[in-house]
Ligand binder design. Structure first.
Ligand code: PMV
Length: 329
């Protein structure tokens, strides 16, 4: 039996624009998905989740019927989660050249599902690591990132960037531009606060919405390019350890995402609550439409302000996590 974990992430800068080849800077956060894998005697795949912000579900392949118990999130999210695990198991079988291997897989996650924190990437990265190790193969974090990207590409019908999977596999802050993914060295401590509205945006629809806007309105194409410029400026601020400038650029980035139509009332309310509490900066993270905002704040004030915001369901602190995928215990 092998237990591996991998971190979730926030986008410091650059979501959506990254789809069009602009750079993005995701940062791993200290919230992890943990996946336990044990090889079975048969070829079946049994997936069990005790805490995936679901009340728990069990699905068997090559065995009996699907059993989604007490699911209180949209069915599409459950189906997606199962699809990711299925495809991650296929990657592990391929890496170990064991096409017939069966697994019992248990998933526990501290990362809200589908909320812009890279929950699926963390599950896939930890799952590939645990399953390959269980079959006696040890992959590098870059190899895991590549295989995890292939999983997301398949499950998300070709709509995936390498950002989430690379960041989760290697940890820390990373720079992603097209197929080029690089860790960013010597990143300062980043005191993040996350605000979660309890919802989830539909990434595919939101990405398609930006594409339509870009085709119809030249300002949207310019906005995507402007986000790219802002990301490059953000990288310089990150290297200089200039948190004030990082915060300002996060605020600009949120405004640009709002212009692209991917924010929501609850996300905007949380961003404004954070700004009014004198946080250094705040923006939505990930696809948007609902889910999470990331706030840069060294005090407890932004977190308190968020917790009083009507649209906010949960807040937590999450420092940058320099560890990527790792074996537990
Ligand atoms: O919501 P997330 O964490 O899956 O992020 C989506 C980020 C997008 O740029 C909108 C899409 C992508 O694949 O990069």
């Amino acid at each position: 039996m092998v237990v591996s974990s991998a971190p979730g992430k926030v986008y410091l800068f650059g979501e959506h624009a990254v789809v069009y080849g602009e750079p993005a800077v995701p940062c791993a956060i200290e919230r992890r998905a943990t996946v336990t894998v044990e090889e079975r005697d048969d070829e079946a795949l049994r997936v069990h989740s005790t805490d995936l912000t679901l009340d728990g579900f069990t699905v068997e392949y090559g065995g009996q019927a699907d059993d989604h118990a007490d699911v209180d999130v949209p069915e599409r999210l459950v189906e997606a989660a199962v699809g990711y695990v299925d495809s991650a198991a296929a990657q592990a079988r391929d890496a170990a050249d064991r096409p017939d291997a069966g697994f019992d897989i248990t998933i526990e996650s501290e990362i809200p599902l589908g909320a812009g924190l890279g929950s699926s990437a963390a599950v896939v990265v930890a799952g590939i690591d645990a399953a390959t190790r269980e079959l006696g193969v040890e992959l590098s974090s870059r190899e895991i990132a590549q295989r995890a990207y292939e999983v997301e590409y398949e499950v998300q019908d070709g709509q995936a960037s390498r950002a989430d999977t690379f960041c989760s596999a290697v940890g820390g802050a990373v720079r992603v531009e097209g197929d080029d993914c690089q860790p960013i060295p010597d990143v300062p401590t980043l005191p993040f606060v996350i605000g979660y509205d309890g919802g989830a945006g539909d990434t595919g629809e939101l990405v398609a919405g930006v594409r339509r806007l870009k085709e119809e309105y030249p300002f949207a194409a310019d906005t995507v390019e402007t986000i790219g410029d802002l990301v490059r400026q953000g990288e310089r601020a990150l290297e200089a350890g200039d948190l004030d400038e990082l915060g300002r650029l996060m605020n600009f980035n949120h405004g640009l995402l709002e212009a692209l139509g991917v924010s929501s009332r609850s996300l905007d309310e949380m961003v404004w609550a954070a700004r009014e509490s004198d946080a250094l900066g705040a923006k939505l993270t990930g696809a948007g439409g609902g889910g999470c905002v990331v706030v840069l704040d060294e005090t407890e004030e932004a977190r308190t302000a968020l917790s009083y915001t009507p649209g906010c369901e949960e807040t937590f602190r999450a420092e940058l996590d320099t560890d990527g995928v790792r074996v537990e215990g």
